[in-house]
Structure formats: C-alpha cells, structure tokens
Design a protein around this ligand. Structure first.
Ligand code: GDP
Ligand code: MG
Length: 211
C-alpha cells in the first residue's frame, strides 16, 4: 500500500512536509525563517497552517508544502490524516525543555502507528541552541535519540537562522532518495514480470508444438 503519491503543481514536484513537536519548541519560528527569512517573537500557538516555498535543492526545483502543526498532541482524526499524507516529517524539541525531548518519542510512535513502515523520511531537530545557558538537553542525547529513530539530526536556532535550510534540504533529499529507490524496484518488478511472462509464453508455445 502506498498512502502517499507524488503530486505536482505547474510541473513542480510538491513535497509534503509535516512539523511535529510540543507547543513552544519553535515550529512556527523555524517555518517562518525558512519561508520568509524573518524571526517572529510571537506566533499564535493555536494556529495550524500550511506554508509553501519553492526551493532549488541539488540543482532540482521543488515546492515545499510545510504543515506547521499546533495545539494538542493527542491523537485526533485530523492528526491521523496529515500523518498519512505527509511524505517527510520534522520532529522538533527545544534544547531548553526536557519535556519536549520526551515528547519527541511520542511523535515518532504516532507516525509509526499510522504508517506501519520503517522507511519514513524524517529529521530530528533540536531548536533554540542560541539559548546555551538554558540548555537542558545535550547534543549527545539528541544524537543518541536520532540514532534510535534511525534518522538525521540537526541542532538549530530559529532566532539566528542557523541550520534551518539544512533541515528542509535534508528531508527533501531523503524523500527523493526513497522515490528513486521505489522507482528502481518498481522497474525491476516490471522486468521480472515481463521475463516470467516470456518464459511462460515460450513454454506454452513449446507445449502446443509437441501436442
Ligand atoms: P511552536 O509552538 O512550536 O510553533 O513555537 P513558536 O515558534 O511559536 O515559538 C515559541 C517561542 O519560542 C516564541 O516566543 C519564539 O520567539 C521562541 N523561539 C522559537 N525558536 C527560537 C530560537 O531558536 N531561539 C530563541 N531564543 N527563541 C526561539
Ligand atoms: Mg506554532
């Protein structure tokens, strides 16, 4: 079963990205920095919205459709819907908030529950590294969790716009890689099926001749 299929707009491949994480970790701030190059000190924590930005990554253009989620972390029908349609996930916590680090594991579990496959493009992000004096979660702890998740890991600062592009670019690269592998194995399947078909046809022909 393939819950997600590639979609296009005016010839541009659309990459459906979903940002998850506890309220206040900086999901909106990171999204705004990526999309509009600005840092907002305040973003309504209840607003959940999608933002689009065109980007050239490795010489290939694409449209990133980013869902900046908000509100309850509980499992709702809507949450399940966007977890199903997302092609890549950013799980974010804040280095200044240990509880948000624990929440990251919950988000990962929810994605797995919905997708039931282990090849999901994903990035673990530790935000607010500019607040070093308030740090509660070490880099090593983040790296260890990413290893457990088997995904990429970045420490970011939305305030300073540090490593923000890297997060999104890494995710798009993963989605592309997965797509290429999928196409390759689909082509291989087709080849095998064709070959099996030819063998069967030849067998029937031979049987007819000898009959
Ligand atoms: P969200 O609920 O996950 O969308 O979090 P927001 O993006 O609304 O951010 C919550 C608060 O943290 C806001 O006051 C932001 O200005 C602040 N914030 C977000 N990212 C950073 C960061 O990298 N550094 C600092 N110092 N503050 C940040
Ligand atoms: Mg927000």
């Amino acid at each position: 079963m393939h819950p997600t299929t590639a979609s296009f707009l005016g010839g541009l491949r659309i990459y459906k990205i979903v940002l998850l994480g506890e309220g206040g970790v900086g999901k909106s701030a990171v999204t705004m920095q990526f999309v509009s190059h600005c840092f907002l000190d305040y973003h309504d924590p209840t607003i959940e919205d999608a933002y689009q930005r065109q980007a050239v990554i490795d010489g290939e253009s694409g449209l990133l459709d980013i869902l900046d989620t908000a509100g309850q972390q509980e499992f709702t029908a809507m949450r399940e819907q966007y977890m199903r349609s997302g092609e890549g996930f950013i799980i974010m916590y804040s280095v200044t908030d240990r509880q948000s680090f624990r929440e990251a594991s919950q988000a990962k579990k929810q994605i797995e529950r919905v997708r039931r496959c282990d090849d999901i493009p994903m990035v673990l992000v530790a935000n607010k590294i500019d607040l070093e004096s308030k740090r509660e979660v070490t880099t090593e702890e983040g790296q260890a969790l990413a290893q457990e998740f088997d995904c990429a890991f970045f420490e970011t600062s939305a305030a300073l716009r540090h490593f923000v592009d890297d997060v999104f670019h890494s995710l798009v690269r993963q989605i592309r890689r997965k797509e290429r592998l999928g196409t390759k194995s689909a082509q291989k399947d087709k080849k095998h099926r064709k070959r099996a078909g030819t063998i069967l046809q030849n067998l029937f022909r031979r049987q007819k001749k000898t009959a």
